[in-house]
Design a protein around this ligand. Structure first.
Ligand SMILES: Cc1cc2nc3c(=O)[nH]c(=O)nc-3n(C[C@H](O)[C@H](O)[C@H](O)COP(=O)(O)OP(=O)(O)OC[C@H]3O[C@@H](n4cnc5c(N)ncnc54)[C@H](O)[C@@H]3O)c2cc1C
Length: 461
């Protein structure tokens, strides 16, 4: 890893080049972190930029919990398996014995990511925001970042966009989409939070014995509650929330969506998957987004106060943590070499250059919720949806890969994003070692033993 004394000219200023490396990953979410770790483990000097002070993206900074299960047979790539193993080594009991979702612990996850980066020799730059890229023709030569000390540059041979918002790609001029082509809406934002002081046993007895709700199949300490009025599935808790609208304690928007999961290793704490902020607040408009923060915080308070007053088990509860980033389910997505679409979900598409598989249903809040695929069914994500025609040394990972609004609503869950990131990291290191432009790599040309995922469609090799 070269820590340089060089400077470059940017916007009329001389700014220091902090690092000159093989791979620069922007965004330390589930996908960007996986990409950085795997790139470094495969021999590439790697810098990982994160605007917050913890890795994990929405899973840590956004309080998004737990990992949903891709619901496809053998979908776990080695990195996902390793994360689960490390959580268990840290004493986090990830499985409830009934469902396949991974119950983790956000603070432990952040610690594990730091440990893995240290072991792999990934240089993390915290509180560092990517603000621009510098390109020469079809190559990104450097990115410009805002660090705690001011503007700086990082030069690299390959850049990986793990920002979730395709920010690195957009700043390099890559074509993109944003929102649903039929309505112009992004998926709704959520402002997630955690509540402590909950008597989860009492809550569980009330839900299962008094309300006779059998939706949550697991028992405390693995326990979840849910209601979603705007869906077709009916939950017993809807009556409670509807009463809040009648009495004026809740608005209809506050009452419409509420979900909570117990957190392993945080007794009495639940991760609140709400409030869901109305779609008139736009995920891709800085002014509207900022108003969404204030609106969401008010909604959060109303919902918390209402549950404390009326939901058994919440009598002594309080807001113990609010997310450090809004939950954007979808914002900007690149248009890359392959454009994944809804038909790929229904047709269960397979690709020789697939980097992972998933069967998570299409869950485009407010727009479309699909049927699940039949048991054993899945579709694959090709490497070509991670790269673009325009820039040779760019790989995109996570929720902003080349996918339609509807398809993205299936591939966006955290384990799938991790698997995509893992492949991005392996691909970057392979391209550097073999002098192949990242956008010209045929993933299936990497020996199977070195790939994190091998498609059955590539069985001939
Ligand atoms: C409300 C909500 C509920 C969800 N529920 C679940 C669930 O229950 N289970 C599940 O598995 N998935 C769930 N998801 C989906 C999942 O959390 C995301 O799709 C996933 O985290 C995407 O991973 P990512 O790495 O692509 O991006 P992100 O998690 O968004 O991470 C992007 C990272 O990049 C950083 N970043 C962004 N821009 C810059 C910049 N310019 N410079 C530096 N750093 C930058 C951010 O700070 C962040 O750390 C949910 C999502 C939302 C919003």
């Amino acid at each position: 890893m070269e820590n340089t004394n060089a400077f470059i000219k940017y916007a009329g200023k001389e700014i220091p080049v902090l690092f000159s490396v093989d791979v620069c990953v922007a965004g330390g979410g589930p996908s960007g972190t996986a990409a950085a770790i795997r790139a470094a483990e495969n021999g590439a000097s790697t810098v990982l930029l994160e605007r917050g002070i913890a890795l994990g993206g929405l899973a840590v900074l956004g309080c998004v919990y737990p990992f949903m299960d891709p619901q496809a047979p053998d979908s776990d790539t080695p990195y996902v398996t390793e994360i689960k193993k490390r959580l268990q080594q840290h004493g986090v009991a990830t499985f409830d014995g009934v469902t396949q979702q991974v119950w983790h612990n956000p603070e432990t996850l952040a610690l594990i990511y730091d440990e893995m980066c240290e072991e792999a020799n990934v240089e993390i730059l915290y509180q560092t925001t990517l603000v621009d890229t510098v390109c020469t023709g079809a190559v990104i030569t450097a990115c410009i970042v805002q660090t705690i000390a001011g503007l700086a540059a990082i030069s690299a041979k390959i850049f990986i966009d793990g920002t979730g918002d395709a920010f690195l790609s957009r700043s390099a001029g890559i074509p993109y989409e944003c929102g649903y082509e039929k309505t112009g809406n992004n998926q709704p934002l959520s402002f997630r939070f955690e509540m402590g002081g909950i008597d989860v046993e009492r809550l569980s007895r009330y839900i299962t014995l008094d309300l006779k709700e059998d939706w949550c199949k697991s028992k405390p300490p693995y326990f979840e509650i849910a209601e979603a009025m705007h869906r077709t599935q009916r939950y017993k808790l809807e009556e409670l929330m509807a009463r809040g609208v009648e009495t004026g304690e809740l608005t209809q928007e506050e009452a419409e969506y509420m979900q909570a999961y117990s957190i392993i290793g945080k007794d009495g704490v639940m991760s609140m998957n709400c409030p869901e902020i109305p779609v008139r607040f736009r995920a891709a408009d800085p002014i509207s987004y900022s108003k969404a923060v204030s609106c969401g915080r008010k909604m959060m308070r109303h919902i918390a106060d209402y549950l404390i007053r009326h939901l058994p088990g919440f009598e002594h509860a309080f807001i113990s943590r609010e997310a450090a980033m809004l939950g954007a389910r979808e914002s900007w997505r690149i248009r890359g070499r392959y454009y994944l679409q809804e038909s790929d979900y229904h047709n269960q598409s397979r690709f020789p250059d697939a980097v992972c598989r998933t069967a998570w249903f299409i869950d485009a809040h407010g727009e479309k919720v699909s049927e699940k695929l039949p048991p054993g069914g899945y579709y694959e994500i090709p490497y070509r949806s991670l790269v673009t025609d325009e820039i040779q040394n760019l790989i995109v990972t996570g929720r902003c890969i080349s996918a339609s609004f509807i398809l993205q609503a299936s591939m966006r869950i955290q384990p799938t994003c991790m698997s995509i990131g893992e492949a991005a990291g392996i691909a970057a290191a392979w391209c550097l070692a073999h002098k192949i432009p990242a956008n010209a790599l045929h993933w299936e040309s990497i020996p199977a033993a070195k790939r994190s995922y091998v498609s059955n469609a590539d069985a001939a090799k």
